[in-house]
Design a binder for this molecule. Structure first.
Ligand code: FES
Length: 111
């Protein structure tokens, strides 16, 4: 288990990126808060396996409604990771076991 940040440090809607030095493929983590719920995904677009943030930690559309890949604009539902527009429609982000415990955002995952 790894403590990532305090939930209050995340905007709502908002996102953050965390490095995963323990991940064998060198991925980072995409964490998104929307409506008080926090979701975590591996920062890897199913289209090309590239990181998605357009600036470090910036994953959301301007309205904060979707995760948007910066390379070709694929849109992903925040709560499911499912791609609903763009070149990888029907595919989905890889979920990571991220949750809030006592106001702390936690990653509980063995890679
Ligand atoms: S790499 Fe994400 S949409 Fe192409």
């Amino acid at each position: 288990m790894r403590r990532l940040c305090r939930q209050a440090e995340l905007a709502d809607p908002g996102s953050a990126r965390f490095e995963l030095p323990e991940h064998p493929d060198g991925y980072s983590l995409c964490v998104v808060q929307q409506g008080g719920a926090v979701h975590g995904y591996i920062n890897s677009c199913p289209h090309t396996d590239a990181p998605m943030d357009w600036q470090p930690g910036k994953f959301l559309t301007s309205g904060g409604d979707y995760i948007q890949c910066s390379l070709h604009g694929a849109l992903f539902e925040i709560d499911t990771g499912r791609c609903v527009a763009g070149p990888c429609v029907g595919q989905a982000l890889k979920p990571a076991n991220v949750y809030v415990d006592g106001g702390i955002v936690v990653l509980d995952e063995d890679f």
